[in-house]
Design a protein around this ligand. Structure first.
Ligand code: AMP
Length: 220
């Protein structure tokens, strides 16, 4: 199962992804974390993107697209990725479909965490005391929120059209949000199971029918 989780920066995507990863044995693919790692390790890419990230802008679609393909193409992660922070715009959403298709995979659920700017400001100021993220200032938080809002609308419409989108209230507590998400995933898995049973029953009927025909022929 592949899951996409998105929401404005500070909505709790990272926290919720880690909880889902543990519960459903998935792998968290956080583009933000991968990009921050490049900056921390002072790689060529890290130097190229550090000011973009620190200013609250989006890194180029090609750079993040290349990063995620490394994971999608790796068999270890096949059908067990949770995309945390990707896609961020319509080009990326389409690119994700293209890449998953290329490696014979698909998205199963898209989770949108809905949170207001006021809550985000509060959470960012709390997070600043725990993690030292250079992009965690109130001004940059607002900038990142605006960037998110500007780009995400077509992504939401894109996933609505394919009936994949589930909106989760991100204002409640970590455990309440996590329970709601787990319920949605369990519900989806139950639905998949019923579809398999249905297909199996269909195949079985045709097997029975097949043997019935053979029996009829054998009586001739
Ligand atoms: P996040 O950890 O998801 O809040 O991301 C932190 C920062 O990394 C963002 O503000 C962007 O500058 C950059 N970033 C993360 N994911 C993407 C993406 N999918 N496309 C472009 N930039 C991204």
């Amino acid at each position: 199962m592949n899951i996409v989780i998105f929401g404005p920066p500070g909505a709790g995507k990272g926290t919720q992804s880690s909880l889902i990863v543990e519960k459903f044995n998935l792998h968290q693919l956080s583009t933000g974390a991968l990009l921050r790692k490049e900056i921390k390790e002072n790689t060529n890419l890290g130097r190229e993107i550090s000011s973009i990230i620190n200013d609250g802008n989006l890194v180029s679609d090609v750079i993040v697209g290349d990063l995620i393909e490394k994971y999608i193409s790796n068999n270890i992660y096949k059908n067990r990725l949770i995309f945390d922070g990707y896609p961020r715009n319509l080009i990326q959403a389409k690119n994700l479909n293209r890449l998953l298709n290329k490696y014979d995979q698909k998205i199963d659920i898209v989770l949108k965490l809905s949170v207001t700017l006021e809550t985000i400001k509060k959470r960012i100021s709390e997070r600043k005391n725990l993690e030292k993220r250079t992009d965690d200032t109130e001004i940059i938080a607002i900038k990142r929120f605006v960037t998110y809002e500007d780009n995400i609308k077509p992504v939401i419409d894109f996933y609505k059209q394919s009936n994949l989108l589930k909106v989760v209230d991100g204002e409640t507590s970590i455990s309440e949000i996590s329970n709601e998400i787990s319920g949605l995933i369990e519900g989806y898995k139950g639905w998949l199971w019923r579809i398999r049973q249905y297909k199996y029953a269909g195949n079985r009927n045709s097997l029975i029918y097949g043997s019935y025909c053979r029996d009829k022929h054998s009586t001739k």
